[in-house]
Design a protein around this ligand. Structure first.
Ligand code: ATP
Ligand code: MG
Length: 453
């Protein structure tokens, strides 16, 4: 039996096994093995975080977190397949098959802001490093939202709640534990987590939790771009991308992720927002259908408008000009969100193929279809056509081209659709130079007749 009273200042609210719906059958076998492994070695073992929250809501957890009183080195001794990672917090990753369970030692260490050799805090309140170990209750109080601080113990199968998480779960609301201002200052990414979890769970933000976000959103600008990329993936690659986007817009957080996108300004282009929304919607659909998705495609949509602006100022016919424009856009964007190179290369290819999709030559069209990024570029053109009616004939032609026979294929591309080239659209290579120049006097970037976002 766990003796919680020794350490706890307060009694938690306890839901005994018959009072809740979490059964071991619904927990992944890897997580169950970790929980029992710790218990058999004489340690406490609790499932915590999103897994308990989602199981109580009747859902299927995306990953499992385990909290224990075993210290990192002790966890490593229990599991052969354990790796210790992280500096800000040391976390143990225990692997079973292709599943990784995150195991953390209870964190604590007295009142916030108190000096401690294992905690580093910046003047602004940002916590740089925190490896102060504590009790179960202290661990609960250092989590972000109350609904994320519920513990399911493998000892008695009860759920323990120190912070009112069960009540908030009932109310379907996210409430930060402790003083919201201070908790956002400690870790501004919690603002993104608020937007993401509100989107994912369909929860509202409790008033005190929502209120400081407007004032503190600029603290996100100090977060390392690599960490923001990690959180961006969680926002947009798990089937609730469009809702996440809505929350980010509503809370005015999106502009801190992509400051170069004009939907952030009052004179913003409805086109940019509509394209992003179409991309997110299609990503959600692909997730629902278990189709592969890539951040490269999403970034193509997020940064399409800045890319068009960059192209507007240069001669895009010059060798490498589009690549240079893309580079400028990436460099600028990556001051906030670090898109790894393996993705940005693909994003650039998707962009560079856009004008080539306007070809009127059957042989070029055939070659294009063999390009490794053809499919992604085509999908992107379909999105563009959703918000720019002028591009529909191109998208439709390629749609047909992928299923039709040889002779029909040739006819499709010889009968060129009457399309006015958009920004960053190159005229087809068959046209005389004079016509090219005329076309390059393009309309305002990103401003075709498009539905408002
Ligand atoms: P998801 O279902 O998307 O995984 P989650 O709440 O489990 O949501 P994780 O990133 O897996 O999110 O984090 C696991 C748990 O760790 C959270 O539920 C929360 O208790 C705690 N946690 C995560 N990030 C923070 C943070 N920035 N500040 C405080 N606690 C955090
Ligand atoms: Mg989780």
């Amino acid at each position: 039996m766990i003796d919680m009273d020794i350490h706890s200042e307060h009694q938690p609210l306890v839901l005994e096994r018959p009072q809740h719906i979490i059964s071991r059958k619904r927990i992944s076998s890897a997580a169950v093995r970790v929980l029992y492994g710790l218990r058999e070695a004489g340690y406490q073992a609790h499932l915590v975080g999103g897994a308990v929250r989602d199981l109580l809501l009747g859902g299927d957890p995306k990953d499992y977190d385990v909290a224990t009183d075993a210290h990192p080195e002790e966890i490593r001794k229990v599991f052969r397949t354990c790796r210790l990672i992280g500096r800000r917090f040391v976390i143990a990753h225990v692997r079973f098959g292709n599943e990784i369970i995150e195991v953390t030692t209870f964190r604590g260490g007295g009142t916030e802001g108190e000096d401690h050799p294992e905690r580093e805090v910046e003047a602004e309140g940002l916590v740089l490093r925190d490896n102060v170990f504590g009790t179960l209750e202290e661990d609960a109080r250092r989590r972000d939202f109350t609904v994320n601080a519920l513990y399911y113990s493998i000892d008695d199968f009860a759920v323990r709640d120190f912070v009112g998480g069960l009540e908030d779960l009932e109310k379907r609301q996210l409430r930060l534990i402790g003083d919201p201002d201070q908790r956002y200052r400690e870790d501004p990414v919690r603002m993104l987590r608020a937007a993401r979890l509100a989107a994912k769970l369909g929860f509202t933000l409790e008033r005190g939790t929502e209120e400081p976000i407007g004032r503190l959103a600029n603290l996100l600008d100090g977060i390392p771009p690599a960490r923001l990329f990690d959180d961006l993936q969680k926002l947009f690659l798990y089937g609730h991308a469009e809702k996440s986007y809505e929350q980010l817009l509503r809370l005015r957080l999106f502009e801190h992720l992509f400051p170069s996108v004009s939907i952030n300004s009052d004179s913003g282009q409805p086109y940019a927002g509509a394209l992003i929304r179409a991309a997110l919607r299609s990503t959600d659909l692909r997730v629902a259908q278990d189709k592969p998705i890539t951040p490269a495609f999403l970034f193509a949509a997020f940064l399409w408008e800045p890319f068009q602006m960059a192209c507007a100022g240069i001669d895009i016919h010059a060798e490498g000009a589009m690549a240079d424009a893309a580079e400028i856009v990436f460099q600028d964007a990556m001051e906030r969100v670090a898109l790894p190179r393996r993705f940005s290369i693909v994003t650039r290819e998707i962009w560079e193929l856009q004008p080539r999709l306007e070809t009127n030559s059957p042989s070029r069209a055939r070659r294009l279809m063999r390009h490794p990024r053809f499919r992604a570029a085509f999908d992107f053109m379909v999105l563009r056509a959703q918000v720019d009616p002028l591009l529909r004939p191109i998208a439709e032609r390629w749609e047909k081209a992928q299923t039709c026979g040889e002779s029909e294929f040739d006819a499709l591309f010889r009968a060129a659709p009457a399309v006015k080239a958009g920004p960053a659209s190159l005229p087809s290579e068959e046209e005389p130079p004079a016509k090219r120049r005329r076309r390059r006097r393009r309309r305002v970037p990103g401003a075709p007749a498009a539905p408002a976002d």
